[in-house]
Design a protein. Structure first.
Length: 169
């Protein structure tokens, strides 16, 4: 069983935030640092990828199926940044693990998941860093309107996704 999760962050500010510029700086500093660390993990992961025999050692049943790696199971979504880093840092003639087997590669797994969580943190809502950034840029009324719009968009997309899942099954 895969256990993912973060402790999140508890930010304790001893003094009131003096301006929206300072709030913007506080809101953007964490995601920038997070992206930098995750990109470093991805670079290390792609630079040190083992060959295909590594996955066959973990799953010998794949060899019994003519070496075919199934495309079922937990599947991480491919992203533009992940694809770019794969093209830049992975051995072009080497084995690139499929997204459903990526959890066997710790640096790729941590890098991908860190980018995912950091991107979620940039949603312009509430106490997320994206909410702080939105408030700093657009003020109270603009931030409130953006937060509501994002909430409703996410709710609608979630309901459409759930109804699609029910439809195909």
């Amino acid at each position: 069983m895969l256990n993912f999760g973060t402790m999140g962050a508890v930010i304790r500010i001893k003094e009131p935030v003096t301006s929206r510029k300072v709030l913007f700086d506080i809101g953007i500093a964490g995601p920038i640092a997070g992206y930098i660390v995750c990109c470093i993990f991805l670079i290390i992961g792609f630079s040190t990828l083992p060959d295909i025999n590594y996955i066959y050692q973990i799953h010998p049943e794949y060899l019994e199926a003519n070496g075919a790696i199934p495309s079922t199971g937990l599947h991480f979504g491919d992203t533009l940044l992940y694809t770019l880093f794969a093209k830049l840092f992975a051995n072009p003639n080497g084995f690139l693990p499929p997204m459903n087997e990526m959890y066997h590669y710790p640096f790729l797994n941590v890098g991908w998941f860190g980018l995912f969580v950091t991107t979620l943190n940039l949603l312009p809502m509430g106490q997320l860093d994206g909410g702080h950034i939105s408030y700093a840029i657009f003020g109270t009324k603009g931030h409130y309107a953006i937060s509501r719009a994002v909430f409703w968009i996410l709710l609608i997309l979630g309901l459409l996704g759930a109804s699609y899942e029910w439809y195909i099954y």
